[in-house]
Design a binder for this molecule. Structure first.
Ligand code: GLN
Length: 306
């Protein structure tokens, strides 16, 4: 019997090239974040995408060799790692699973929730989870996550030390305030090691190929299928911060963005789409990445709600 083929594998290179070219044009309306000096120097026109279909086809366009820090796109993988290593109870004792209608670094949201981070996809949640990663210090913890991910995904992520220096050069007061509030409420014990680990894992870097390979971990699930389902559910409801609900209606695909301009989308039963385009909209999501994904999802009818 012939295996059913994915819709994703029917995408034509010419069609992808046309959408990507339009995405670069549209990205001109976005802003490059200024709070990390090295991120601020990103090429506004830089663009790369890789699509991996479940049967193995790979379609790429743009600067395949460009590496970038994953920033918040690492959050689903910190979450996955801890679900697999520590189990659901330990993880959900530390973070909630509800969407937030406030920005990703909102202290107000945390205070409304009495110090318990609302979900793992916003900064408070990821800082709290960073504190649970096993290891004696931040370097060790990040290395444990890195080794785990690279082995499973066959990716070549690395720590972008220059980016980390740049992040550390301008301590992020909002993240410090979130950590201090969580210490006060008892959800965090040591804010220094949590923030150091968080900043380091946000500086894990790679190409769109590496990011797409990480995405495939969540598609196939393997021996972690149940945990992957949990991660995808929270990507769908919380992955694009306060824009998540609107995105679910328009596109309907679990996705996670990062402030470096990355957008990773995971389509159950189909494959993964990793995109890099630095200019961001007001919610901190990549303008070009969102445009491209919407075109692909609408044309191929990829919404998980279809
Ligand atoms: N490290 C970044 C920060 O804390 C990650 C945020 C993001 O990518 N949205 O600001």
């Amino acid at each position: 019997m012939k295996k059913p083929t994915s819709k994703l594998s029917s995408l034509q290179p010419e069609q992808l090239a046309a959408w990507a070219t339009e995405a670069i044009k549209r990205s001109k309306s976005g802003q490059i974040p200024a709070y990390v000096p090295l991120l601020a120097r990103a090429d506004r026109q830089g663009f790369a995408v890789q699509i991996r279909a479940i049967e193995g086809q790979i379609l790429s366009w743009g600067s395949a060799a460009t590496t970038f820090p994953l920033m918040s796109a690492i959050k689903p993988f910190v979450f996955l790692y801890l679900l697999c290593e520590l189990g659901e109870t330990a993880v959900f004792d530390c973070v909630g699973c509800e969407p937030s209608s406030m920005p990703f670094n909102s202290l107000t949201q945390l205070e409304i929730d009495k110090g318990k981070p609302r979900n793992p996809m916003i900064n408070s949640g990821a800082i709290a989870l960073a504190s649970l990663i096993p290891g004696k210090n931040a370097i060790d913890r990040c290395q444990n996550l890195l080794t785990w991910l690279n082995q499973r995904a066959k990716s070549q992520l690395f720590v972008d030390e220059l980016m980390l220096d740049s992040v550390n050069a301008n301590p992020n007061q909002k993240n410090w305030d979130l950590a201090a509030s969580m210490v006060e409420s008892g959800y965090l014990h040591n804010s220094e090691i949590a923030l150091e680990t968080y900043n380091r894992v946000c500086c894990l870097a790679g190409t769109v190929e590496d990011l797409a390979k990480l995405g495939m971990l969540l598609v196939s699930g393997g021996d972690a299928a149940e945990n992957c389902r949990t991660v995808k559910a929270l990507m769908a409801t919380c992955g694009l911060y306060e824009a998540s609900g609107r995105f679910a209606l328009r596109v309907g695909i679990p996705a996670k963005s990062g402030v470096s301009g990355v957008l990773l989308s995971v389509i159950p039963g189909e494959g993964a789409i990793a995109c890099y385009s630095p200019p961001l909209n007001k919610e901190g999501n990549s303008v070009g990445g969102l445009f491209l994904l919407e075109q692909i999802a609408k044309t191929l009818r990829l919404s998980v709600f279809d």
